[in-house]
Write a protein of this length. Structure first.
Length: 353
């Protein structure tokens, strides 16, 4: 089949370079345009992006020139899908203009996540939420916006999905978030070396609101919040990649720890059933060692094109109707670029693109 022409916004950034890595040899999407900020336009990806230079990318990709992110130029080039990793202050109006030009936008920015007509999509968890866009045969060929969640939210809701069978009523979660989650160059070295930063602006609010939206039902064309209490604490730690979460759940029913591990280990969803290219074989990996998961060893779980797309879960403990576990998500892959690419694959498989 002919590959779908695509553009990457913010291609020189940390998430943008992950988009480039995921798309340059993708079987369904062709990477026709790389777009950058005003100071980067005209430069090659090699010259504009330290993050891209650190990745194993072909010379012809590194030599691509960055273009201005203009919807008219995208239309002229036949772009049908855009992958956005630009800062939220710019993403909101620009993504709207691109969608109004009839182009599908798959965004990593927070700007539109809480819009009522925009799904926060995690394909194994809430594939039906694409229905908020309307019927595929009505939407195909027109513009729309689909967001992936905050990087930390994805690490929580993927393991939450198979645990819903026991009735999740309350989640208390603490996240220990890697430096790459703050973008490049991130916190000053003198602030983070030998230290932990106990506050990340807006992160706790996003984790609560997005979890409730992702886990809620679709009623007609309306997304309804899940009746779920979420209490979050988010801190920045001195690791490169991989957000670690500790979660305590209050359940309606009391499972055995072995039942929980089995449900997590066997969990699959629509992406696995459809064989989407970026879908891991198993969305959750259960670690039985007492000291795992760890960012150093487990952030890239998933393998092949899906490396970094599997959420690792360990230290599963049950006390009555209280369940505790530790989860690890690659914040730049499942929590960012890889998640958005998987969203686009699902939208294509469902004939929205």
């Amino acid at each position: 089949m002919d590959r779908i022409p695509c553009a990457v916004l913010g291609a020189s950034g940390m998430v943008g370079s992950r988009f480039v890595a995921a798309l340059h040899d993708h079987p369904w999407f062709s990477m026709d345009m790389l777009c950058g900020s005003e100071r980067s336009v005209g430069k090659t990806l090699r010259d504009a992006s330290a993050a891209a230079r650190d990745m194993d990318l072909p010379a012809e990709v590194l030599d691509m020139a960055l273009s201005p992110p203009e919807p008219a130029v995208m239309e002229r080039e036949g772009v049908r899908a855009v992958f956005s990793s630009i800062p939220a202050d710019y993403a909101g109006p620009l993504e709207t203009r691109i969608a109004q030009a009839g182009i599908a936008v798959f965004s990593n920015a927070r700007s539109h996540r809480m819009d009522p007509n925009v799904p926060i999509l995690i394909p194994e968890v809430n594939p039906s939420h694409l229905g908020v866009l309307g019927r595929a045969d009505e939407v195909s060929g027109s513009g729309f916006i689909v967001c992936n969640s905050n990087c930390t939210t994805s690490g929580l809701v993927v393991p939450l999905a198979p645990l819903q069978k026991w009735g999740v009523e309350e989640v208390v979660v603490s996240s220990y978030q890697a430096l790459s989650g703050a973008g490049y160059p991130g916190p000053a070295a003198i602030s983070i070396l030998g230290n932990v930063l106990p506050y990340i602006k807006n992160e706790e609010e996003k984790l609560r609101a997005e979890t409730k939206k992702v886990m809620g039902p679709l009623q007609g064309r309306e997304l309804v919040e899940a009746p779920l209490d979420v209490f979050a604490t988010c801190v920045r730690v001195n690791t490169a990649h991989g957000h670690l979460l500790t979660a305590q759940l209050k359940l309606k029913e009391a499972p055995e720890a072995e039942e929980v591990a089995r449900a997590l280990r066997k969990f699959t969803g629509v992406p696995q059933q459809l064989g989407l290219p970026t879908a891991p074989q198993w969305p959750v990996a259960v670690r039985t060692e007492p000291d795992r998961p760890q960012p150093k060893f487990d952030a890239n779980a998933g393998g092949g094109r899906a490396a970094g797309m599997t959420v690792s879960v360990g230290r599963i403990r049950v006390e009555g109707n209280r369940l505790r576990f530790i989860a690890l998500v690659h914040n730049l892959v499942r929590g960012a670029a890889g998640g958005a690419v998987l969203n686009a694959e699902l939208a294509h498989a469902y004939h929205y693109v």
